[in-house]
Design a protein around this ligand. Structure first.
Ligand code: CTP
Length: 207
């Protein structure tokens, strides 16, 4: 536990909301519970914790500094400078992979027929940090999450290598007792040399 004393741990948590117009957005089912549990545990272990928190009604834990964000682009902008001085970056946020190309400033009125949305890729923050560390030769410990519905371990391992990070916390979100908006989780830690399946337990135990 003392290994975290005075270390800067950056944790991201929650969903992102990508606005279509002033009243509508594309979001996802993340509540932020897993990331908040990690932030709370890091504080308990003596780390300096900076939480970057997407739109959720859950309150950040006491004792950490918090930056609130909405879109993937805001999360990216908040994480980049923090990561430069961090010892550990844990990306528990469910970051949108796509965002509307041209969000409307006015509410979009319905039309008679179907509608087509054009979405652009967002920056993969974790992959960018992995890339940066690989080229610099030094940088924080990087932990990512993988929410999968099939081939959980093989997909998580592939993700770990591709994003050049230390650990992927894989969870099977097709299970009712793991994943979105529940207090428990069942995860497998996927590292470079081994994988470790943890039993079903509270998110605070997982943290
Ligand atoms: N992530 C990120 N930036 C993004 C999207 C995701 O940093 N724009 C991070 C998440 O916080 C998480 C990890 O990457 O830690 C896994 O995200 P996921 O979307 O599952 O990865 P992908 O590679 O996009 O997976 P897939 O190919 O299945 O979409």
């Amino acid at each position: 536990a003392s290994t975290l004393a005075d270390r800067l741990v950056v944790v991201t948590a929650g969903p992102t909301f990508e606005d279509l117009d002033p009243v509508r957005y594309i979001g996802n089912r993340s509540s932020g519970r897993m990331g908040l549990a990690i932030a709370r545990e890091a504080v308990r272990r003596g780390a300096r914790v900076h939480l970057v928190l997407g739109p959720t009604s859950l309150e950040p834990p006491a004792g950490c500094e918090t930056t609130r964000v909405r879109r993937a682009a805001d999360l990216h902008a908040a994480v980049m400078p923090l990561a430069e001085s961090a010892d550990v970056v844990i990306m528990a946020a469910a970051v949108a992979d796509y965002t509307p190309v041209a969000p409307s400033h006015q509410k979009i009125a319905k039309q008679a027929g179907p509608v087509t949305l054009t979405l652009a890729r967002t920056v993969d923050i974790l992959a960018e940090r992995g890339q940066r560390r690989a080229s610099a030769g030094h940088g924080p410990v990087l932990v990512g999450f993988a929410a999968e519905t099939e081939h959980v371990i093989s997909r998580a391992s592939e993700k770990r290598r591709r994003k050049q990070v230390d650990l992927i916390v894989a969870n099977d979100v097709s299970r009712a007792d793991a994943g979105f908006d529940v207090e428990t989780n069942i995860v497998t830690l996927v590292g470079p040399d081994a994988t470790e399946a943890l039993p079903l337990q509270t998110k605070s135990r997982v943290a």
